[in-house]
Design a protein around this ligand. Structure first.
Ligand code: SF4
Length: 314
């Protein structure tokens, strides 16, 4: 069976993050044009069971035991699947199971289901929640997030505001800026004005730094990113840019094949990071070539670098 727990991987916001992929393949409520894990294979809004929480927790236990370098012990256990984590109907139970490891738990969600009381209840159990706010007007939201047709942007906005009032952990937002889509002054004013209403700990502005799902999707340029930063700062106390590369500090369990397949399922890796990981396990490049030949990985060029991505059968 495919490993559903990976890392720890370096995270720009969370230090070393041990990731849990609690959703199979790419099941999401959105099909964002910049998604780094490819186009949604299945779009849905109904929560359902995917995996048994105690099985995922057991995988975490094994991975924590196998971490060789104490410096790479995770700062967070992060539920960050290649889909939307709140689609998992057992998310609350999973968080309860993970609490025994005494490591803070983070969830990276697109917030599309945050208006649902059961989703709020689950998210309230965590220490860190990141919600996606790429657009606050319906037209742009549909363009950038390619949302499921049953979703309603007003419900989502109200859901985020309601959740923020109750959450005692660290709430952050992430806004991905895409060239020609949500990179105008009007969009920035609208998004910043909305984020101001619920006062998150930090509003992060990011650009696609990894290969996007849809061809022709480009990061907003430096002028637009700077303008966004300045406008956000007029509304929000703490604003940070997440526009740099996160580094190559991917930890190794000693099994290169398993490590690279589980990491690239949710996190495309730049070639230099892959080679560094391979170096840690002493494996040869032909192992990487074999994974490409087996169609388990693909190699693509983006922004002047080569990346390796996990290939899934549709
Ligand atoms: S970026 Fe996140 S929310 Fe958007 S399609 Fe990909 S997995 Fe879903």
């Amino acid at each position: 069976m495919e490993r559903r727990v990976f890392g720890p991987v370096p995270s720009r916001r969370l230090g070393q993050s041990l990731g849990i992929n609690n959703i199979p393949y790419k099941i999401c409520t959105y099909s964002c044009i910049y998604c780094q894990v490819g186009k949604a294979i299945k779009m849905q809004v109904n929560r359902q069971e995917f995996y048994k929480p105690h099985e995922l927790a057991e995988e975490v236990k094994v991975l924590l035991r196998d971490i060789q370098d104490n410096n790479q012990y995770p700062d967070y256990i992060t539920v960050v699947p290649d889909g939307e984590p709140t689609l998992d109907i057992h998310l609350g139970e999973l968080i309860d199971e993970l609490k025994i490891f005494k490591i803070p738990i983070a969830i990276i969600t697109n917030a599309s289901l945050i208006h649902l009381p059961d989703v709020q209840k689950d998210l309230l159990k965590t220490s860190f929640v990141s919600v996606k706010v790429d657009a606050v007007n319906v037209e742009t939201w549909k363009k950038i997030n390619k949302c499921h047709k049953k979703l309603n942007l007003n419900d989502i906005k109200k859901g985020i505001q309601f959740f923020a009032k109750q959450f005692k952990g660290k709430l952050v937002t992430e806004t991905m800026l895409v060239d020609g889509i949500n990179d105008s002054h009007n969009e920035f004013e609208g998004i910043a004005g909305f984020i101001e209403t619920f006062n998150p700990d930090t509003a992060y502005i990011s650009i696609p730094t990894r290969p996007p799902a849809f061809k022709g999707v480009l990061p907003a340029n430096e002028v637009a990113v700077t303008a966004a930063y300045n406008i956000f700062r007029q509304h929000i106390a703490k604003v940070e840019l997440l526009t740099g590369y996160e580094g190559n500090a991917f930890s190794s369990t000693g099994n290169f094949r398993e490590d690279i397949l589980s990491i690239t399922a949710v996190h495309p890796m730049r070639e230099d990071a892959v080679l560094e990981l391979m170096h840690k396990t002493g494996d040869q490049k032909n192992l990487l070539d074999a994974l490409l030949e087996e169609n388990l990985l693909e190699k693509i060029q983006y922004g002047g670098h080569y990346y390796y991505l996990r290939k899934f059968k549709k």
